[in-house]
Design a protein around this ligand. Structure first.
Ligand code: HXC
Length: 526
């Protein structure tokens, strides 16, 4: 090889290194200054936190916008405000994009959009989760309609990927306007306290249009989005916490809808343990007293570990991922600690979406029922508990993954029917001996059935008579045995045997194959 050629190579390598230097040192230094001053990490630091060390392969590091309007020709930073690439988390592949607010406000223009589409397409091609880190001023104002077009293109990919690969959004800065809808289309959204905001219109527009004065935090901070609106599935204390949650979540999920769920070595055995025995005193003898359903989930899950999803939203319904005998299970449970575990609109929508996610990705469902029914009230009726409560029935009925249900205490009325009943396609239904499966609670039933008798009774006798009727009703109907007689409950089990019985049931269903008839798609009540 001649010297001239070698000189040429050396020059081109030096040129590459200079460009890398500009991106990785010069721009990153400025990003560190700008982001850290706001209490935020840079786009690259966030990726480093999320992925296995050394696993990140970047795409399009030198991509630059082509816009010449508004003085943009002189401001063409490499990367165009978003870092994209492939990596691994605990050795399993993911595709990731991380918006860089330090460059053009992380605003989305044509090239920025192209980069995100490319990485989403790659995730779909290789069948791996997509993690999107959002920190952006929204549509790039200088690029006009092109920016808007790319939001819609990303939404198209979100929908194409829905139910094919898991999609996770981290909101670690502003996310406003139509930009909120692409995270909203993903499966899980994590928001960080203080620095993250998510709203369709910000406080100034709200004030101008409706006259309401509200702070950005009260309008779209992590608290309100994770407790009231339900847009966020987890509220993180800081960015480290947010990324930790996502790493844990990824550990429970299959890479795509064709892969099996991840499996881990499990030490749970077939002998009744002390923790199992403690379940015999979990449910208080007074039917009106509550207990924490998380204790039951802890007892059933491998190593007592599980990941609650949407913990702060509709806490009367508990949705969580856990491992049982080493394989991921989606747990759906009423939480008697909140509103006695009643099903309201929020609980119904929360559980329905979780069930549909599990079903799409082949994750078996474990339902733990202790439910007094659907929530009565004018507000709920007017807000559409009929239409919105129907989503939960739809989701259960549609799900073809293995479905195991344990009735722990109450399963009354519509609550019985919807919470993983045999009639909605559950495969194995277990009940504790203390379970009360009935049309309604004993007090309510006696009030309806014996209204006249009680009305005609002497006032002094009325309470005693009512109690006798309640006891009689409870003894005759509010037990698991009427359901067991009909095969609606497959087995009545001791609470201490629950972990072993649930594991056995899930094991027996591993080869379950069920397909719904071909159709374009169903029409879930939205
Ligand atoms: C271009 C933008 C930008 C944008 C911010 N910047 N947003 N550039 N397009 N949308 C630039 C700023 O000019 C500034 O550049 C840098 O990013 C940092 O912005 P600051 O305002 O200094 O930051 P901060 O004070 O933290 O305020 C953040 C902010 C604010 C609240 C997000 O920047 C803001 O209100 N931006 C506009 C938000 C917006 O209305 N977006 C359009 C939403 S509609 P310099 O050069 O000074 O560093 C939308 C439609 C999507 O997104 C439709 C989908 C269907």
């Amino acid at each position: 090889m001649d010297d001239h050629y070698l000189d040429g190579i050396a020059v081109s390598i030096a040129d590459l290194l200079a460009r890398d230097e500009e991106v990785l040192r010069v721009n990153e230094k400025s990003a560190v200054e700008r982001q850290h001053a706001k209490g935020k990490l840079t786009a690259r630091e966030r990726i480093d936190l999320l992925v296995d060390p050394g696993s990140f392969t970047e795409f399009d590091r030198f991509a630059r916008h082509r816009c010449t309007d508004f003085g943009m020709a002189d401001n063409r930073p490499y990367g165009d405000g978003v870092v994209t690439g492939q990596a691994t988390v605990d050795g399993r592949p993911i595709c990731v994009f991380s918006q860089d607010f330090s460059i053009l406000g992380g605003s989305l223009g044509e090239v920025f959009g192209e980069k995100i589409l490319k990485i989403m397409d790659r995730a779909l091609d290789i069948g791996c989760p997509i993690v999107g880190i959002n920190d952006s001023g929204g549509a790039r104002i200088q690029e006009g309609v092109t920016s808007l077009a790319y939001y819609a293109e990303i939404a198209m990919r979100n929908v194409a990927a829905s139910g094919v690969v898991p999609q996770i959004s981290l909101i670690l800065g502003p996310c406003a306007g139509g930009a909120v809808y692409t995270p909203a289309l993903t499966d899980f959204t994590v928001m960080v306290d203080r620095t993250a905001h998510m709203f369709v219109t910000g406080p100034d527009v709200v004030a101008a249009v409706t006259g309401e004065r509200v702070s950005a935090t009260d309008l779209g901070g992590a608290v309100v989005n994770s407790t009231v609106s339900g847009n966020a599935h987890y509220r993180a204390g800081d960015e480290h916490d947010a990324v930790d949650w996502v790493r844990t979540l990824l550990g429970y999920l299959p890479a795509n809808n064709m892969d099996p769920v991840p499996t881990y070595r499990s030490t749970s055995g077939d002998e009744i343990t002390l923790t199992d025995r403690a379940l015999e005193s979990l449910v208080p003898s007074d039917p009106d007293q509550s207990y924490d359903m998380r204790e039951l989930v802890t007892a059933l899950a491998d190593d007592g570990e599980f990941l609650e999803v949407h913990e702060g939203f509709a806490p009367n319904m508990l949705c969580a991922f856990a491992s049982i005998e080493g394989g991921t299970v989606g747990v759906v449970a009423n939480q008697p600690r909140h509103l006695a575990g009643v099903i309201d609109i929020d609980a119904s929508e929360k559980a329905a979406r979780f069930i549909r996610f599990c079903d799409a990705f082949g994750i078996p469902l474990l339902t733990l029922a202790d439910v007094p029914g659907y929530l009565p009230g004018v507000a709920q009726e007017r807000a559409g508990i009929i239409r919105r409560g129907a989503k939960l029935l739809y989701a259960y009925a549609e799900a073809t993954v293995p479905k195991v249900t344990v009735v722990v205490r109450k399963a009354y009325g519509g609550g019985y029917a919807v919470m993983g009943s045999k009639h909605l396609g559950a495969d194995i239904n277990l009940a504790w001996p203390s379970a009360e499966i009935a049309v309604m609670g004993a007090e309510g039933a006696v009030a309806v059935l014996h209204r006249r008798t009680l009305g005609e009774a002497d006032e002094g006798d009325r309470d005693r008579l009512r109690q006798a009727l309640v006891d009689d009703y409870r003894a005759r109907t509010a037990s698991p045995y009427l359901a067991a007689e009909r095969g609606y409950v497959d087995r009545v089990i001791r609470p201490a045997a629950t972990r072993i019985e649930v594991a056995r049931a899930l094991r027996s269903l591993r080869s379950k194959r069920k397909r719904l008839p071909a159709r374009k798609h169903g029409n879930i009540p939205l």
